[in-house]
Design a protein around this ligand. Structure first.
Ligand SMILES: *[C@@H]1O[C@H](CO)[C@@H](O)[C@H](O)[C@H]1NC(C)=O
Ligand SMILES: *[C@@H]1O[C@H](CO)[C@@H](O)[C@H](O)[C@H]1NC(C)=O
Length: 381
């Protein structure tokens, strides 16, 4: 009896180990030559708000040959489930993000019209270098910087199933989203064992965001409805931008604060970056971002980023600003935004600005005088 049990125990313990060793051997030898061993993929979420330079940061990742990138996949959720507000839609957004990180593109079935689909059915697909190079499209190389305008012309006919195939061939999946307003929604993804989620939280001076939004009001109007819900139409139109900025400042601040409360093991998966620091020193900041994501800053990417700082080779419209004038663009609100608006913004976003090191201007004279520095050096933990 005793021995029979012991033998059974032995079988229970030893057989699985042998099977494991066998499978391990089998898999390590069955790798296609040239393919890097597929360790667990890295998932990076660029978390930001509108007009905060997230397309720029998205491109820094998209052009990396190890990265499969999509820009704002949750656009499909918001435009399809148009009766919901941001709060109601956040779980659908989260579940979509999770599926896309795992390269399960069937999730888009719920948000796209029936019938044959192309990869160009995806919102802003051409901003993804991965969808412009093999296996998605054979007209550009994975290791090249691909301008999105060229890709849009040459790779738009590719069938939709190539999106999934392409995604599965990368070690890093990077998504950019502006449709999260708290960290709580995302927390289950941080602890999800099938994901290795890292969050890059990109923030920008709310005065610059406000000015930039004023220039793109019509495009952003739909999103504003979703953010503010039913109350939106009851707000006087001249007050609407301030209500919106209140919501944006508050949500960005809450995300940052919630991240500080994460347990250490998760805390290190969150990185805060200010857009202003990025445009001031793109090489250093890009290298920091890549390091966080476990990516090598390859020589051709270093040249490309250096080119960007010299105003050369934008690689498409994603850079609606180049870095040489990015600095003056990020200061443009100081000339064009009336001082009373600035004062009002500084009031409603006071805590957020304080937290992020954006200094208030105390007079119109200081606002217009570009020698007055409005960015304090903050070391974020
Ligand atoms: C950098 O700029 C030079 C000069 O304009 C150009 O020839 C080169 O292709 C650019 N390289 C990259 C990687 O953008
Ligand atoms: C602009 O600000 C700088 C730095 O504070 C100051 O030295 C300078 O006098 C100011 N210029 C004007 C015209 O006020």
């Amino acid at each position: 009896m005793f021995w029979a049990n012991k033998a059974r125990l032995l079988v229970l313990l030893v057989l699985p180990s042998l099977a494991f060793l066998f499978l391990q051997q089998f898999y390590s030898h069955s790798q296609c030559p040239g393919l890097v061993e597929k360790s667990s993929p890295m998932h990076v979420l660029i978390l930001s708000s509108w007009r905060s330079g997230s397309s720029f940061v998205g491109q820094l990742f998209s052009q990396h040959p190890d990265v499969f990138y999509l820009m704002e996949p949750a656009w499909h959720v918001w435009t399809t489930l148009s009766s919901g507000n941001a709060w109601q839609l956040q779980m659908a957004v989260r579940d979509l993000i999770r599926s896309v990180f795992l390269c399960d593109m069937s999730v888009f079935d719920a948000y796209m019209a029936q019938g044959p689909r192309k990869q160009s059915s995806l919102f802003m697909w051409e901003t993804s270098r991965a969808l412009c190079s093999p296996p998605a499209c054979h007209l550009f190389k994975r290791e090249s910087i691909v301008p999105q305008d060229d890709c849009k012309i040459l790779c738009s006919k590719q069938p939709f199933n190539l999106v999934e195939e392409a995604c599965k061939s990368y070690s890093h999946v990077v998504l950019k989203e502006v449709r999260f307003f708290n960290l709580k929604t995302l927390q289950p993804l941080l602890t999800d064992p099938s994901l290795n989620l890292h969050i890059i939280h990109l923030v920008r001076d709310p005065r610059a965001v406000f000015r930039s939004r004023e220039n793109t009001k019509r495009e952003l109007n739909y999103g504003s409805h979703v953010i503010m819900g039913k109350q939106w139409n009851k707000i006087k139109s001249e007050d609407q931008p301030y209500h919106l900025m209140t919501a944006i400042c508050l949500s960005q601040q809450e995300i940052y604060k919630a991240a500080q409360l994460l347990p250490d093991s998760l805390r290190e998966r969150y990185l805060l970056i200010r857009y202003e620091d990025l445009v001031q020193d793109p090489l250093t900041q890009t290298s920091k971002l890549y390091e966080f994501a476990g990516l090598r800053f390859l020589p051709h990417l270093q040249i490309w980023v250096r080119n960007l700082t010299q105003g050369k080779g934008m690689g498409g419209r994603a850079f609606d600003t180049n870095s040489r004038n990015a600095q003056s663009v990020s200061q443009a609100w100081r000339r064009s935004l009336p001082h009373d608006k600035v004062v009002q913004l500084q009031k409603i976003c006071k805590d957020y600005m304080n937290l992020m090191g954006y200094l208030p201007v105390l007079s119109e004279k200081d606002q217009k005088n570009l020698s007055v520095n409005l960015l304090s050096a903050v070391e974020f933990p």
